[in-house]
Write a protein that binds this ligand. Structure first.
Ligand code: 5GP
Length: 116
């Protein structure tokens, strides 16, 4: 499998469906198929990277645009007042299973001291 063949590449290309909740020029956000909280949304940057280690090799503005997109998605989901958690799993020990960098947004209810 090529890096660019991940399920999230296909969601971004609209080759497979996803419950998209937010999109702008920099990011796409869609519901996780196995939610770990009342609201569990994944945010991917439109400029692909495998994970955070890979993203650090891109211009810092790409990382900034990604994080701003995460915050905008959370705001769009109505999570700002109640609060939310953002998780980025990078590599095997973190349990990364999809090798297209993605931020988990978890919220909509009180979360445990450590969620996913
Ligand atoms: P990771 O463990 O790599 O940080 O998280 C990958 C996440 O992607 C998991 O929470 C998993 O439920 C989610 N996921 C895996 N396949 C799909 C899919 O086809 N569609 C959506 N919407 N989420 C997926």
């Amino acid at each position: 499998m090529q890096d660019s063949d991940t399920i999230f590449d296909k969601i971004l290309a609209r080759q497979i469906p996803a419950a998209i909740v937010y999109e702008d020029n920099d990011v796409l956000a869609f519901k996780d198929i196995q939610p770990q909280a009342k609201i569990h949304v994944l945010v991917i940057p439109k400029r692909r990277a495998t994970n955070l280690n890979d993203l650090k090799n891109q211009p810092a503005s790409n990382l900034g645009a990604f994080m701003i997109g995460v915050a905008k998605a959370a705001e769009h989901l109505g999570l700002v007042e109640g609060g939310y958690r953002v998780v980025l799993n990078s590599g095997a020990n973190a349990g990364q299973t999809v090798f297209y960098v993605h931020a988990h947004i978890l919220g909509g209810e009180p979360l445990g001291t450590f969620g996913i």
